[in-house]
Design a protein around this ligand. Structure first.
Ligand code: MN
Length: 203
C-alpha cells in the first residue's frame, strides 16, 4: 500500500480526561484509517501518485488527475490533517506555549489567552465539519478555518497546529458542546512539536 496509517504515538487513553479513550480509538482506527484506505484507492488508479508524499499531493491538487482529485482532496487532506493532529497532542501536555511560538503568539495576538480566545471563537463558528488551523503568512501568525478535510497546504500554507471540529472528534464526550471541547483541547497540546512545525512553516 502506498500510504499507511501511522500508529498513534501514545495509548488510546493517554489524553483522558480531555479526549476519551473511545473517541481516540474510533477516530484513529476507523476515521483516519478510512482516509488512508480511500487515498490508496486513488493511487491504485494512478500509481504515479504513490511516489509523492501526501503533503505533496495536497499541496498541488491541480496536478492530480481529475477523476480522483476530489478523492485526494478529501482523503489526502484527511490523512495529512489527522497525522498532524496526533503529533501535536501528548499526555501531560498543555500549559503555556514554549520557545519561538510563544514569542510569535505574543507578538501577533498580544497574549496566549487572547490567541486561544480568537482561535476557539473562529473554530467554534466553522459551520458543519472542518478544522481550525494556525498558519504563518507574510511573517505573521494567522488563524484560518477550513471545511471538510481541506488543508492550508492547498493554499501554500503550512499548518502549525490545527483542531478537528468534526463531530466524530468530540461528540461522545462533549455532545453538542463544541466550545467546551475547544477550550479543553489546549490541555493536551504538545508545544515542542508545535515549535518544530513553526520552524517548517517559516521556511
Ligand atoms: Mn477527524
Amino acid at each position: 500500500m502506498a500510504f499507511e496509517l501511522p500508529p498513534l504515538p501514545y495509548d488510546y487513553a493517554a489524553l483522558e480526561p480531555t479526549i476519551d479513550e473511545a473517541t481516540m480509538k474510533l477516530h484513529h482506527d476507523k476515521h483516519h484509517q478510512t482516509y488512508v484506505t480511500n487515498l490508496n484507492g486513488a493511487v491504485e488508479k494512478h500509481p504515479d501518485l504513490g511516489k509523492k508524499t501526501v503533503e505533496e499531493l495536497v499541496s498541488d491538487l491541480n496536478a492530480i488527475p481529475e477523476d480522483v482529485r476530489t478523492v485526494v482532496r478529501n482523503n489526502g487532506g484527511g490523512h495529512v490533517n489527522h497525522t498532524m493532529f496526533w503529533e501535536i497532542m501528548k499526555p501531560n501536555g498543555g500549559g503555556e506555549p514554549l520557545g519561538a511560538i510563544a514569542d510569535q503568539i505574543k507578538a501577533d495576538f498580544g497574549s496566549f489567552e487572547d490567541f486561544k480566545k480568537k482561535f476557539n471563537e473562529a473554530t467554534a463558528k466553522q459551520f458543519g465539519s472542518g478544522w481550525g488551523f494556525l498558519v504563518f503568512k507574510g511573517g505573521k501568525l494567522e488563524i484560518v478555518t477550513k471545511p471538510n478535510q481541506d488543508s492550508p497546504l492547498s493554499d501554500g500554507l503550512y499548518p502549525i497546529l490545527g483542531n478537528d471540529v468534526w463531530e466524530h472528534a468530540y461528540y461522545l464526550k462533549y455532545q453538542n458542546k463544541r466550545p467546551d471541547y475547544l477550550a479543553a483541547w489546549w490541555n493536551v497540546i504538545n508545544w515542542e512539536e508545535v515549535n518544530k512545525r513553526f520552524e517548517k512553516a517559516k521556511k
